[in-house]
Design a protein around this ligand. Structure first.
Ligand code: FE
Length: 199
């Protein structure tokens, strides 16, 4: 199977850089403002879409089944349009999923926003395949030996998101409350969903 990993041509990236430089030079935007916008997409807009679907899936097993079966349609049900071909994979006590793009940085932008810097780092991309348990432990996620780890390699055609396990003790929480527990990292698979009291 051939996988492509196109994120825009170098010319487009150069044009973006040129525009940012020009706007900064003319005093129209500050680099800090640009960073703030990027941070907004990285932290809020993107992961929020994924988090909405995960929270719904926790509350509604039928929805979860549809999300695993056909993520795009399941997102559409929530009024979210998915531009990537996203496949959702579910964490269980027996199997933990983690996502990488070994070739570059393919990532489900429309549901998770911008990828974190470490996602694009060669160290993460190469090591998480070879020694996922060790890499996850280093990132603060210690998994029991009895939990198998499955690594999903994203490409431009197929981009994965993880449906983390619902934290214990959150059964009576509302959908909005649950959403807040679904972090970006938990949907990449390098963390569990947040504990309610950890907020
Ligand atoms: Fe890629």
């Amino acid at each position: 199977m051939t996988a492509t990993h196109e994120h825009g041509t170098p010319e487009i990236e150069l044009r973006v850089e040129a525009l940012e430089s020009l706007l900064t030079e003319k005093g129209l935007v500050s680099p800090a403002a640009v960073d703030a916008v990027i941070n907004y997409f990285e932290q809020d807009v993107g992961p929020l879409n994924g988090a909405k679907a995960v929270a719904r899936a926790w509350l509604d097993p039928d929805y979860k089944a549809r999300l695993i079966e056909d993520a795009s349609s399941a997102f559409n049900e929530l009024g979210i349009t998915v531009r990537d071909n996203v496949i959702a994979v579910e964490n269980t006590a027996e199997e933990h999923n983690v996502v990488v793009c070994t070739l570059c940085s393919c990532y489900p932008w429309s549901v998770l926003g911008l990828p974190p810097t470490w996602y694009k780092a060669p160290a993460y991309r190469s090591r998480v395949v070879r020694e996922p348990r060790k890499v996850l432990a280093e990132m603060g996620l210690e998994l029991p030996k009895s939990t198998a780890i499955r690594v999903w390699d994203s490409s431009a055609e197929i981009r994965y998101m993880v449906v983390p396990e619902q934290p214990q003790g959150t059964e009576s929480m509302t959908e909005n409350e649950l959403e807040a527990l679904v972090t970006r990292d938990s949907m990449i698979g390098v963390a569990q969903a947040a504990q309610p009291n950890a907020k």
